[in-house]
Design a protein around this ligand. Sequence first.
Ligand code: AMP
Length: 188
Amino acid sequence: MNKDFILILGPQGSGKTTQARKLARFLGYKFISSGRTLRKLSTEKNPIGLKLSEYWIKGELVPDALMESILFPMIEKKKAKGFVIDGYPRDVAQLKSLLSFLDLNQWAISHVFYLHVGEEESLKRLVDRRKKEQRQDESSDAIAKRFQLYHTETEPLLAEYEKMHRLEKIDGERTVEEIQEDLRSRFK
Ligand code: AMP
């Protein structure tokens, strides 16, 4: 079965989860958020759940092999014509694994959307979110760690996507509706 892949990346607080979910619904694709999947699994009282919480609560990345062992079977199992993925790959090593996995199945990435939001705006949104959601991984230390990891590990992906001719930069400092309209217009 042919499957299409759309990736969304951006700093924390860029609104990528909201946009990815809406876009998936619009396209009739499955939405996968690596962060949400991990948070859900870590509420399970089993060794994997406990191990996962150790990483994400501190804002550290979950090891690649563990991440793959969770996400790849999910993708294989779901009967969908496509996926909108938020939060994966998080670094160049993860991208390489994803590309091999897709290649093996003869699947491909059609779009990579980079939601661009300035650091000041992104921090402001995180502070607002912390007030509302009280996410366990949004202590000041965890936020700082995640920002640092975003710069050192995730940003280098942009150059990779550029080389693949897949990168589409989206202005993330607009309303949710405007951004979504922009994303959808790229499928007309
Ligand atoms: P997010 O909701 O995408 O900000 O992810 C929350 C946390 O889950 C991150 O701080 C990491 O600890 C973990 N996480 C999410 N996606 C990945 C990934 N692709 N690789 C490793 N860890 C991840």
